[in-house]
Design a protein around this ligand. Structure first.
Ligand code: RB5
Length: 143
């Protein structure tokens, strides 16, 4: 799967772990930064990844900041994008299965790296179930 990945400084180290993990599983990763500990603004990277998904350049997007919240708020402003912050495996799976959230947001200050990779795997391995969930998601789109 082609996955766009981004973080701010507070999420960079977890983002690197996620990138290494996904490359090890043969996913095609677009790492859109940031690439170091220097302080940056999360909306710059959140928007970049969300746009990559919205424009079809990536099938999924993963964003990491300190809590995941700023990234999710940013990504959800991009038309067509549903981004979910998760810190448990069931929510990660259901964010895809029921909510068709193609962008996953993680907080490096919230979840440890082991759990974070389980969350990524649960979400990437899930498929949107459609049906009544498609109707509900459609109602989000039209406001
Ligand atoms: C950066 O200090 C922090 O505010 C940011 O990473 C994120 O948690 C915002 O939601």
């Amino acid at each position: 799967m082609r996955v766009a990945v981004g973080s701010d400084h507070a999420g960079c180290s977890l983002k690197e772990r996620v990138v290494a993990h996904l490359r090890g599983l043969d996913h095609e990763i677009d790492d859109l930064g940031t690439h170091g500990p220097e302080s940056v603004d999360y909306p710059d990277f959140g928007r970049r990844v969300a746009l990559a998904v919205a424009q079809g350049k990536a099938e999924r997007g993963i964003l990491v900041c300190g809590t995941g919240q700023g990234m999710a708020i940013t990504a959800n402003k991009v038309p067509g994008i549903r981004a979910a912050v998760v810190s448990d495996v069931l929510s990660a799976r259901m964010a895809m299965a029921h909510n068709d959230a193609r962008v996953l947001c993680l907080g490096e200050r919230i979840v440890g790296p082991g759990l974070a990779l389980l969350l990524v795997d649960a979400w990437l391995g899930a498929r949107f179930e459609g049906g009544r969930h498609a109707r509900r998601v459609g109602k989000i789109e039209v406001g």
